[in-house]
Design a protein around this ligand. Sequence first.
Ligand SMILES: [Cu+2]
Length: 151
Amino acid sequence: MKLISPIYYAAVAFALTGPALADGDLSRANVIDVTIEMGSNDDGMYLKPDSFEFVTGQAYKLILTNVDEIKHELALNEMGERIFTRKVEVADVDGNLFAEIKGTIREVEVGPGKVVEWFIVPVQNTEEPVEITCEIPGHLEAGMRASVMIN
Ligand SMILES: [Cu+2]
């Protein structure tokens, strides 16, 4: 699966909406959806896609999508020190909100077949790619990692 550059989306969103949405709160304007699939296959376990690129100051909604029959986790590791978490949203299949969690969050565990939305704004760039991982024992070794660059 090819990840289309978030910059492209931001440019399109900006062109469609203009600057008015950004008025007063940059973190709520032009949020870019980024799906991160968590699962396993014949080759082991994965985060898909396996590389991401973000831009500081841009708001993103990380859609953590666990397509597996076991739970998985997303640990931001070093990336966690370079982003601001607006909130994490947990909803039922109909989109009814169960919980909205705020504060400093470094890891989110997602149940089998479930989706959790993590709203972030990167605030500091990375010098080189850093790694996000699943820290459930054995999963990183099985391949659950992806690289992240914040520009
Ligand atoms: Cu896992």
